[in-house]
Design a protein around this ligand. Structure first.
Ligand code: GNR
Ligand code: NI
Length: 184
């Protein structure tokens, strides 16, 4: 098992449309193990494979309360079948947009079909945090981020901040970094 690096915006890979998982083999099991290790270490309650740079339609999740036993969930090729007309608002965060939190309005309930690790199909009716988290992760596998659901003004501010941070820290040659008198 290994903790993998989580991609941070503005990494372009986060905008890819992920490809369906074709089979559960040893490589996929290792990937799922690594996703759980990475998600628990972060810590986060959900992770899409693309967040560690793998463009597959694969999601891990654990919504167990702190101090309760872990409840690891795997969703392979998840799809929203139906969405409720009524909506709910949750404050969301994303491991690919660290330390930024904003309220997002989404359908309150969704019916989601997916495959399990035996490639057996399931359908679940989700509401509450499970509904929000499934929609957030299914967005990821379609290259969509939660900031796409907030105002353009807020989104532009967040993108600007993370683009600046990426430029300062390693995205560029050392010679391209701003002089030290700009630090602080
Ligand atoms: O850890 C996470 N918390 C969270 C909180 C509210 C709504 C969605 C999430 S998912 C997020 C982890 C993540 O970035 N998954 O893609
Ligand atoms: Ni996320």
């Amino acid at each position: 098992m290994a903790i993998r690096d989580i991609l941070i915006i503005p990494d372009k890979k986060l905008r890819l449309t992920s490809e369906p998982v074709k089979a559960v083999d040893a490589a996929l099991r290792t990937l799922v193990d690594d996703m759980f290790e990475t998600m628990y270490a972060a810590p986060g309650i959900g992770l899409a494979a693309i967040q560690i740079g793998v463009p597959l339609r694969l999601v891990t999740m654990d919504l167990a309360k702190k101090d309760d036993p872990p409840e690891p969930l795997v969703f392979i090729n998840p799809e929203i079948v139906t969405s409720s007309h009524d909506t709910s608002i949750y404050e969301e965060g994303c491991l690919s947009i660290p330390e930024y939190y904003e309220e997002v309005e989404r359908p309150a309930a969704v019916k989601v079909k997916y495959l399990d690790m035996d490639f057996k199909p399931h359908e679940i009716d989700a509401d509450g945090l499970l509904s929000t988290c499934l929609q957030h992760e299914i967005d990821h596998i379609n290259g969509v981020l939660f900031i796409d659901h907030i105002s353009k003004l807020k989104r532009d501010m967040v993108m600007k901040k993370f683009k600046k941070a990426a430029k300062k820290s390693g995205g560029d040659l050392a010679s391209d970094k701003e002089p030290s008198h700009h630090i602080g």
